[in-house]
Write a protein that binds this ligand. Structure first.
Ligand SMILES: [Cu+2]
Length: 490
C-alpha cells in the first residue's frame, strides 16, 4: 500500500459514519481497486484485436485509481483536496496541492449510465471548488464558485451527485485558477458499455502539467508565466513509468492538458489517429494519420495506433524547453564556472534564492523567462568555456565526461546557456523499476521534462517485465473489477 492510499483510507476510516462498512471491507476494496492495473491482461493473449465486449480499464502510469463503494445503485467516490509532497524526479520533492495524496489526483473510471456521487472534502488552507470539465450535468453540480455554488471553505465538504450519459476522456479540476497551477486536476474516464471498434488492448491516461519552481525552492510560483518543470502524470523524465505494450496490440493514449501552455505530443515509430477530444469520440471519417497532436489547454485528445513496430519509442512534448528539467539560467553556468563570483556567498553565487517562497522580496514575481532574466538579482554572466577535466560528481548518478570536440570552445554557439546534453546526468539506478528493465544503459541521461517511452515488446520481454512487476507488487491482485465491467479479453 503506498502512502497515498494509506492516507486516503485512514482519512476515510476516520470519517466514520459508515463511509466504509469496516476496515476489512476497506482493505479488500483497496486491493480490488489497486491502482496498479498495468498487470491486467497479462496472460494468454497475443495481441489479438477484439471486436466485442466491454472496454479495458485505463492505466494512468504513476497515478493511482480512485476506489469507490456502491451505495444502492450509486457509485460513491471520495476526493480530498489537500497539500501533497510530490517527488517529480529522484530527490526533487516539491510542495503541490492535489487530491488524496497525489498531484494529479487519482483517476476516476465510470461506465456510461452510472449514477455517481463524489464527496469532496477540502483540507486546504483556503476555499476551493470542484469543476467537472465537460460534463453534461445540472448547473448546481457544475462546481463554479460563486455562481453555481458557494466555494467549499477550508475544512468544508460538498457532495456532488449526477448521472453520466457520456463517453470519453474527461477530467475534474479545482475551479480556482491559481489552484490549477498547484496541481489540482485528475482524470475522469467515462467508458462506453461496449468497447469501440476496433477494440484497444491497452488504454493509457497521461495528464500534462507544468510548474515554475526555482532551484532551492519547493513551492511552485503560480504567478509565473514560464515553467521549468514539465510533467506527465506528476513525473518528469526519466522518472516516468513507461507505457508497456505487446507487439501488435492496439493502443489508446488519452492526453489531458491543464496548464499555461499547449503541448505538441509526438510519438516515435508509429502513425496514430485522433479518435476523441474532450467532448468524446470522434467519427471515424475524421481520423487522419499523424504522429504529433497538439493538446491545447483544457483539452483532451485520444490517439490510437497499432503497436506494429518493436522497440523503445519516445513519447514526448516536442517543445524543446519542455524536454528539459529544472531549466533556469543559473543552472548551466554553475556547472562549469571556475569558482564563485567575488562578493557573493555560495547560494547567491549559484543563483539560488534563500527566502523560501516565490513572492519573497529577494526575487519575487519579477522572475521571468529563464527564471532569472529580468530580475534585479540576476547576475551578469556570459558563456564561459566548458571545462574539460573531471565533471562534478553527484551521488547515485553516472556522471560521464561531456562528449565534446577539442575545439568546441572556439565554435560560436558553444556552449549554450544551459549545456545539459547527456550523458553527464544519467541516473538509471535511481529510477530503476520493472518497466525500465532492459533499456539501453545510460538511457536516463537523455530523458527530461514531458518525455516517456512506449515500449513495444515481443511476448517474452513483455512477460519478463510483468513477472518483475508482479514480484515488486507482492501478492496484490493483478486486476481490478469494476461493477458492470467484465474482462473477457484475458
Ligand atoms: Cu509542451
Amino acid at each position: 500500500m503506498n502512502g497515498t492510499r494509506r492516507r486516503f483510507f485512514q482519512d476515510a476510516a476516520m470519517l466514520g459514519a459508515g463511509f466504509f462498512a469496516s476496515a476489512k471491507v476497506l482493505s479488500a476494496q483497496e486491493m480490488q481497486m489497486s491502482g496498479d492495473m498495468p498487470g491486467m491482461n497479462m496472460k494468454g493473449k497475443k495481441g489479438s484485436i477484439h471486436d466485442h465486449g466491454s472496454p479495458v480499464l485505463v492505466e494512468t502510469p504513476d497515478v493511482p485509481n480512485l476506489p469507490w463503494r456502491m451505495d444502492g445503485n450509486v457509485k460513491e467516490f471520495h476526493l480530498i483536496a489537500e497539500p501533497v509532497k510530490q517527488e517529480i524526479v529522484p530527490g526533487r520533492i516539491v510542495d503541490l496541492w492535489g487530491y488524496n495524496g497525489s498531484a494529479p489526483g487519482p483517476t476516476i473510471q465510470v461506465t456510461r449510465g452510472d449514477r455517481v456521487r463524489i464527496i469532496v472534502d477540502n483540507h486546504l488552507p483556503e476555499a476551493t471548488s470542484m469543476h467537472w470539465h465537460g460534463f453534461d450535468i445540472p448547473n448546481d453540480m457544475d462546481g463554479s464558485p460563486g455562481s453555481s455554488q458557494d466555494p467549499i471553505g477550508p475544512g468544508g465538504r460538498f457532495v456532488y451527485e449526477f448521472t453520466l450519459n457520456q463517453e470519453g476522456t474527461y477530467f475534474y479540476h479545482s475551479h480556482m485558477a491559481m489552484q490549477e497551477m498547484m496541481g489540482m486536476i485528475g482524470a475522469f474516464v467515462m467508458h462506453p458499455k461496449e468497447a469501440y471498434k476496433p477494440r484497444v488492448d491497452k488504454d493509457f491516461v497521461i495528464i500534462m502539467q507544468e510548474y515554475a519552481i526555482l532551484p532551492n525552492i519547493k513551492v511552485p510560483n503560480s504567478m509565473n508565466m514560464e515553467f521549468n518543470w514539465l510533467t506527465f502524470n506528476g513525473k518528469s523524465g526519466p522518472a516516468n513509468t513507461p507505457l508497456i505494450v505487446r507487439h501488435g496490440e492496439r493502443v489508446r493514449i488519452r492526453l489531458i492538458n491543464l496548464g499555461m501552455d499547449h503541448h505538441p505530443i509526438h510519438l516515435h515509430g508509429h502513425q496514430f489517429v485522433v479518435t476523441g477530444t474532450e467532448g468524446g469520440r470522434q467519427p471515424e471519417a475524421t481520423w487522419g494519420p499523424g504522429n504529433t497532436v497538439l493538446v491545447g489547454v483544457a483539452q483532451a485528445r485520444d490517439v490510437e495506433f497499432v503497436a506494429n513496430n518493436p522497440g523503445d519509442w519516445m513519447l514526448h512534448c516536442h517543445l524543446p524547453h519542455h524536454m528539459m528539467n529544472q531549466m533556469s539560467s543559473m543552472v548551466g553556468p554553475m556547472s562549469r564556472r571556475n569558482g564563485m563570483p567575488a562578493g557573493l556567498d555560495m547560494e547567491r553565487g549559484m543563483g539560488m534564492l534563500r527566502q523560501g517562497n516565490a513572492t519573497s522580496e529577494e526575487n519575487g514575481p519579477s522572475l521571468g523567462r529563464g527564471l532569472g532574466v529580468g530580475s534585479t538579482a540576476e547576475q551578469t554572466m556570459s558563456n564561459t568555456p566548458l571545462k574539460t577535466g573531471n565533471p562534478m560528481q553527484h551521488q547515485g548518478m553516472q556522471m560521464g565526461k561531456p562528449d565534446v570536440s577539442k575545439d568546441a570552445n572556439s565554435v560560436p554557439g558553444f556552449p549554450q546557456d544551459a549545456f545539459m546534453e547527456g550523458p553527464m546526468m544519467a541516473m538509471d539506478k535511481m529510477v530503476d523499476k520493472p518497466e525500465n528493465f532492459g533499456l539501453r544503459p545510460g538511457w536516463s541521461g537523455f530523458m527530461a521534462g514531458m518525455m516517456t517511452f512506449v515500449r513495444v515488446l515481443p511476448q517474452d520481454k513483455y512477460d519478463q517485465i510483468m513477472e518483475l512487476r508482479k514480484k515488486k507488487e507482492g501478492n496484490k491482485p493483478m486486476r481490478m473489477d469494476m461493477p458492470g465491467m467484465e474482462h473477457k479479453n484475458e
